[in-house]
Design a protein around this ligand. Structure first.
Ligand code: URA
Length: 438
């Protein structure tokens, strides 16, 4: 059908607070992906959306248009419920590496498409690839074949899925238009819908180390994501989880793999385990596998503590070409030659530990990228020895820096020194799970 549309008219209408029709949104996105609408017009449109927002109908149309810009994974011929999860990004957030095998052990299919480190936050693909031999660049037929064979996959987002997000995200990143609720919703939901799952849980991180700094903003994002996602025909729910201090004790790729292994072996830090179990329980509820969250968590605890999830993780690593010996004996995972300790400058209680600074320091040390396309050092990162509530003596090491990029050590040191606030009184611990949207 011939639609006499011009990008400038749509930009002006949005700028002035008007509403666009689904056809107009579909036209704009498809023309942009085809190279017919230039970056400068799309940038102006994104800024108009940033200031004016979008109605729910527009957000649904945007998500749909982004989804239709590329391929999607069809898992329908695999029996059983297919589940998926997305985190809005945090520090020490190794949940995916634990949750995927845990869902596999529970009999569900989870083909997880993940990303790489972004800003101060880590990325599952960089973490998983720190296991020697692991291959994450799977083609769509490979993803489907592996999901059929062993029920679990962790693969890099391919270029064929949601090309609109790849283009729009790059533009948003450099035009100050990332923190817009409808744009975030379109970006996350289009990718989740393209992943082919029936039931999806969203982990909306909230706090210093997250995109959404306040509970109000995180709740609003969770509600929009669940409402729009459900309108698009999938079962969604969201947890709002605390990200003021990092999850667990590690920020860095191989370091986080070690910690995931501990949890998969029934041990590991309680906060990482708690968030993983809560998200997993939510998926069992959404999938109709268990009637209530308590029963679902009990089942998942058994699967962790019995070693069943660990067995699935070994199968997952083997299927993707990884050396199983390196996860059985984590001393064989990459390690930096230089490790530097950061001592406490005063005695007292750790009252605050700023996740954002820990994430930035880990990135500088080599766990992240400073320029697009740069390689990461799988061994680099920050190992925390004290977290909020711990009592420390003066001179006691608070953290170990695993140094991949020696030239960045002074800056990373400063970040970790200032990430800790030590005071005389013990702080009141806050809850980890701040809210639920079903
Ligand atoms: N994560 C995404 O995938 N997209 C966004 O826009 C923000 C967070």
């Amino acid at each position: 059908m011939f639609l006499p549309m011009r990008a400038v008219d749509l930009i002006e209408r949005k700028r002035d607070g008007g509403e666009l029709s689904p056809e107009e949104i579909r036209w704009l996105i498809s023309q942009y992906v085809a190279g017919q609408v230039p970056d400068y017009q799309m940038a102006a449109f994104l800024m108009a959306v940033y200031f004016q927002g979008m109605t729910e109908a527009e957000t649904v149309a945007l998500t749909q248009a982004m989804l239709e810009s590329g391929d999607w994974i069809d898992l329908s011929e695999i029996p059983g419920t297919k589940v998926d999860k997305h985190s809005t990004g945090g520090v020490g957030d190794t949940v995916t590496l634990i949750l995927v095998p845990l869902m596999g052990a529970a009999g569900l299919v989870m083909a997880k498409l993940s990303g790489r480190a972004l800003g101060h936050t880590g990325g599952t693909i960089d973490k998983f690839e720190s296991i020697p031999g692991v291959r994450t660049e799977l083609s769509l037929p490979e993803v489907i074949r592996q999901a059929k064979e062993i029920g679990v996959v962790i693969a890099d987002h391919t270029a064929e899925l949601v090309p609109a997000d790849r283009l729009l995200y790059g533009l948003r990143d450099v035009t100050g238009t990332v923190p817009s609720l409808p744009l975030i919703a379109g970006s996350i939901l289009s990718k989740k819908l393209a992943g082919g799952a029936d039931a999806i849980v969203l982990d909306v991180k909230c706090g210093d180390g997250a995109f959404m700094r306040t509970q109000e903003d995180a709740q609003a994002l969770g509600e929009t994501l669940v409402r729009v996602g459900n309108q698009l025909g999938k079962r969604f729910s969201a947890l709002i989880t605390a990200m003021d201090q990092p999850l667990g004790y590690m920020a860095g790729n191989a370091l986080e793999v070690r910690q995931a292994i501990q949890v998969l072996q029934g041990e590991g830090p309680h906060d990482l385990r708690e968030v993983t179990l809560a998200l997993g329980a939510e998926l069992l509820l959404l999938a109709g596998e268990e009637p209530d969250a308590g029963k679902a968590e009990e089942k998942l605890v058994r699967l962790l503590d019995s070693g069943a999830a660990w067995e699935v993780f070994r199968a997952l690593v083997r299927a993707q070409g990884g050396e199983v010996g390196a996860i059985e004996d984590p001393s064989r995972l990459p390690q930096t030659r230089e490790v530097v300790e950061i001592p406490a400058l005063a005695p007292g209680y750790v009252q605050r530990l700023e996740a954002r600074k820990v994430g930035l320091a880990a990135g500088l040390l080599g766990a992240g990228r400073e320029v697009k396309g740069q390689g990461v050092d799988p061994a680099a990162g920050v190992e925390l020895l004290a977290k909020v509530g711990d009592q420390v003596e003066q001179g006691q090491p608070l953290a170990r820096l695993h140094v991949g990029r020696a030239e960045r050590l002074p800056e990373a040191k400063r970040l970790i020194e200032t990430a800790y606030t030590i005071g005389e009184t013990p702080p009141q611990p806050g809850p980890l799970i701040l809210g639920r949207v079903r």
